[in-house]
Design a protein around this ligand. Structure first.
Ligand code: FAD
Length: 405
């Protein structure tokens, strides 16, 4: 049997699912193929992350009719406070304060919990008329021909033929590699520890970032006096901390966290994400385009990975939709090169900028410590610069795809 579709998307994680929903909403048929069973993504403990969704990402979710299902449980990020500290030191007073009232668009973004976003996307993949969703299915071969691409599925007689294949199969995409695309990047020798916490005092919608030599600790506000933490440590430290029981884990966290939110308790399971950077050297190949982490795996220091993936999705959808309207072959090299030109700079510059931040902030070097104090002082002195950084965090700068405007 052959499934014939406009677009085949490899990977039904957040990027693949959002790509399919977006393409379907623009009149394309799509087949999403994911190696994992769909029901796994519906468990509360599948992935403990919560995502800081930038203002422009929220606009995309609204345009796709998804935001109405997320709004009630999403926590607006009103302000961001940044501080500097040493290991086991209570964080220094906040050095930098970004206030949402300086931004006419409103909150810089919203915190959305994975355990709410992921099942919603899975449900839409199954409900939407023009989407076929094959879970527990692995792509093992990809052949591009002049007018279409064919996909061979592991252990199955079914093949998939599409005018365009989209790789959304995560960092160092096997599909991209099979099409000759190589990656640059490195292992950070850092791991992010992630969990949700309950705390005594209200966070008032403020996100906190404490910079410490082994890595940053982000405290991100969630609904109902809860916070999601992204606590980055060296790989060895992280391994030891993950091996502790819940009480001992909190004992290590408390001095780093501080007591400004009162007492803290775990509100769910603990997770660990080893960090690496991987930047695809090309975003396209013959009848193939890369989106999400398959295009750019970056440090979570500023919570930008999924936001960047949504920019890819919005830009690619706009380009192929416009091409189709004009009667062009939307999977052709000429059309895909427009996507490459649009997203190339951002897909490389953003991971590199975040890498620079991580190097500047995650170390004991006195010279770099002086430089960051100087840098923070400069940002505080110039309201224009501060506002520019806030617009960057909200995703409002650069050439925005229509869905983000
Ligand atoms: C600690 C941490 C915190 C973060 N916080 C934020 C944040 O606040 N804001 C933000 O914007 N981003 C954040 N990110 C980044 C964000 O989590 C990622 O960018 C996003 O989850 C990537 O999703 P993806 O779908 O591109 O890739 P993945 O989640 O890796 O999904 C890839 C999918 O492809 C499937 N697959 C792989 N190979 C095959 C194959 N051969 N055949 C079929 N299927 C296949 C896999 O089963 C998987 O489902 C954070 C990241 C980390 C590590």
């Amino acid at each position: 049997m052959t499934i014939t579709t406009d677009i085949a998307i490899i990977g039904g994680g957040l990027s693949g699912a959002l790509m399919a929903i977006c393409a379907e909403a623009h009149g394309f048929t799509a087949c999403v193929i994911d190696a994992q069973p769909s029901h796994l993504q519906n468990f509360d403990d599948f992935d403990g992350r919560s995502y800081a969704m930038a203002h422009t990402s929220v606009r995309v979710l609204k345009a796709l009719g998804l935001w109405q299902h997320l709004e009630q449980t999403a926590q607006p990020i009103l302000d961001i406070k940044i501080s500097n500290g040493g290991i086991s030191e209570t964080p220094s007073p906040f050095l930098l304060h970004f206030d949402h009232q300086d931004l006419e668009e409103g909150p810089m973004g919203h915190m959305v919990e994975d355990r709410i976003l992921r099942p919603l996307l899975q449900e839409h993949l199954k409900q939407r008329d023009r989407i076929i969703y094959l879970d527990e299915t692995e792509v093992i071969e990809h052949n591009s021909e002049q007018a279409s691409s064919g996909l061979i599925l592991k252990g199955q007689k079914t093949t998939v033929t599409a005018q365009l294949v989209i790789a959304a199969d995560g960092r160092k995409s096997a599909l991209a590699s099979s099409a000759g695309i190589t990656y640059s990047g490195w292992d950070y020798a850092q791991t992010s520890l992630v969990c949700a916490l309950e705390h005594e005092k209200p966070h008032r919608g403020i996100a906190y970032q404490h910079f410490m030599p082994p890595g940053p600790l982000a405290i991100l506000p969630l609904k109902n006096n809860r916070a999601s933490i992204v606590w980055t440590e060296t790989k060895d430290n992280a391994k030891t901390i993950m091996g502790l029981d819940a009480d001992a884990y909190l004992d290590v966290l408390r001095p780093r966290f501080g007591d400004f939110l009162g007492d803290i308790r775990l509100a769910g399971k603990r997770f660990a994400f080893p960090l690496e950077m991987s930047i695809a050297k090309s975003l396209v190949a013959n009848r193939l385009a890369l989106v999400g982490d398959a295009a750019h795996g970056m440090h979570p220091i500023a919570g930008q990975g999924l936001n960047a993936g949504l920019r890819d999705i919005a830009a690619l959808t706009q380009i192929i939709h416009d091409a189709k309207q004009r009667g062009e072959d939307f999977g052709s090299t000429a059309v895909l090169n427009r996507y490459q030109e649009w997203r190339r700079f951002d897909a490389t510059a953003l991971p590199l900028a975040l890498d620079g931040f991580n190097r500047l902030f995650s170390n004991h070097n006195q010279f770099l410590q002086d430089m960051r104090a100087l840098g923070i002082g400069i940002v505080n002195q110039f309201p224009g610069l501060k506002r520019h950084l806030m617009r960057e965090a909200a995703g409002l700068s650069g050439e925005l795809p229509e869905l983000m405007r």
